[in-house]
Write a protein that binds this ligand. Structure first.
Ligand code: PLP
Length: 406
């Protein structure tokens, strides 16, 4: 065991409660993770001592808040190993980061007949923005398929590339299947043909060490709330040359350099993409979450979550009639399943009554769920504060579901 689980659990007050007279078991971490006291305190300290609008202020509080905000940006840069702090743009979440790139990239670079490639395993947040901008620009959205075990079909993906391909946008880790895509290899292949690659890292950063310089991705997007930080804050990493070229996504205060009645010039990076008062408390909380993850060590987190996943697969495979979705060899710590023909909502409702939070439905990945021809799945997604014993309790709950529907 790389770290002490009871110490870790003590940092997450929400986990110590009972629901339906049972200890809460939280397996909905892919939807949002819980927050350690370090994050909660950082936010309340900020409001008790430092709250102020940032940038341009000459007074003490404004300077202090601005410094904390910009230090946080630098720590996020270090966390993902970006070259420069101005390549780290704060947004309100992965969805906004993805919408920003689709909209700004599309406006500047997509022409009728151009092509964008994505995959069937995308979350709607990395699918719909591309679908919409392609429609607006008369471009074509091409969708790479998957293999039966939930791995991306690389041969299919590569066969879709043509001289009209302008960008490839794909997820690092599937929120339904858990598949970890070989993004480094895909990026190298795309770059050999001069095509930039966007990675949706919403399910990546909390589970695996991410190094954007090593990956050489052009854009990498993620949310704070899925990495133990607050909601309403996210990050867009973009290579300087792309961020320089893209037009602003939103306009307003802070993102401008000079405004006259006739025209406006825009601020330098990253402020060109940060219109209006930013979510300062979100950035402060994200910084605390990031420090928490660094203290644990992303390699330790990965190793422990792999143990959880291995145990879950062993336990659940022993239950008759379990149907698994996503069994790729490279997988993050989640299991998506159906119990025989039992509707996922029914299964999820019974599991909930046993004190266990799982997510049911299409997980905002309808094209993927349609591909399987099912109504959805039950998804149990694990975090480093979960335990082997909790997984055993879920296995018991699944057996209970089976008995009830017999
Ligand atoms: N991408 C993936 C793979 C996700 O799992 C999610 C959320 O579940 C998102 C994007 C969107 O994240 P958010 O809702 O935080 O913007």
């Amino acid at each position: 065991m790389p770290f002490n689980i009871s110490d870790i659990r003590a940092d997450f007050p929400i986990l110590s409660q009972t629901i339906y007279k049972r200890p809460l078991i939280y397996f909905d971490n892919a939807a949002t993770t819980q927050k350690p006291v370090q994050v909660i305190r950082a936010i309340s300290n900020y409001y008790e001592q430092d709250n102020c609008n940032i940038h341009r202020g000459v007074h003490y509080l404004s300077v202090k808040a601005t410094e904390a905000f910009e230090e946080a940006r630098n720590e996020i840069r270090e966390f993902i190993n970006a070259h420069a702090t101005h390549e780290v743009v704060f947004t309100k979440g992965a969805s906004e980061s993805l919408n920003l790139v689709a909209s700004s990239f599309g406006k500047k670079f997509l022409k009728p007949g151009d092509e964008v490639i994505t995959t069937i395993m995308e979350h709607h947040s990395n699918f719909v923005p591309w679908q919409m901008i392609c429609e607006e620009k008369g471009a074509v959205l091409k969708v790479a398929g998957i293999l039966p075990d939930g791995q991306l079909d690389l041969e299919h993906l590569y066969s879709l590339i043509s001289d009209r391909t302008r960008i490839i946008a794909l997820t690092h880790v599937s929120n339904v299947l858990g598949t970890i895509n070989p993004v480094k290899e895909i990026i190298a292949h795309a770059h050999s043909k001069g095509i930039p690659v966007l990675i949706d890292g919403a399910q990546g950063v909390s589970h695996i060490p991410v190094d954007v310089t090593d990956l050489d991705c052009d854009f990498y997007c993620f949310s704070g709330h899925k990495m133990y930080g607050p909601m309403g804050i996210g990050v867009l990493y973009g290579k300087e040359r792309w961020l320089e070229e893209l037009p602003p996504y939103q306009t307003g205060g802070e993102m401008v350099k000079d405004v006259t009645v006739e025209r406006t010039t825009f601020n330098e990076l990253p402020f060109k993409f940060e219109a209006g008062t930013p979510n300062v408390e979100g950035v402060i909380g994200l910084r605390a979450a990031n420090q928490y993850l660094r203290n644990l060590g992303m390699d330790n987190i990965r190793a422990y979550e792999d143990e959880l996943l291995k145990h879950a697969v062993e336990r659940f495979s022993a239950i008759e009639d379990m149907r698994f979705y996503g069994t790729a060899p490279e997988k993050a710590s989640l299991v998506s399943f159906l119990v025989g023909d039992i509707h996922p909502f029914d299964a999820g409702t019974i599991i909930d009554k046993m004190g266990i939070a799982v997510r049911t439905g299409h997980h905002c990945a309808q094209p993927l769920i349609d591909h399987f021809g099912i109504p959805g799945t039950v998804r149990a997604s694990f975090a480093f504060y979960n335990t082997i014993e909790e997984i055993d309790k879920l296995a018991e709950a699944v057996k209970r579901v089976k008995t009830m529907f017999k």
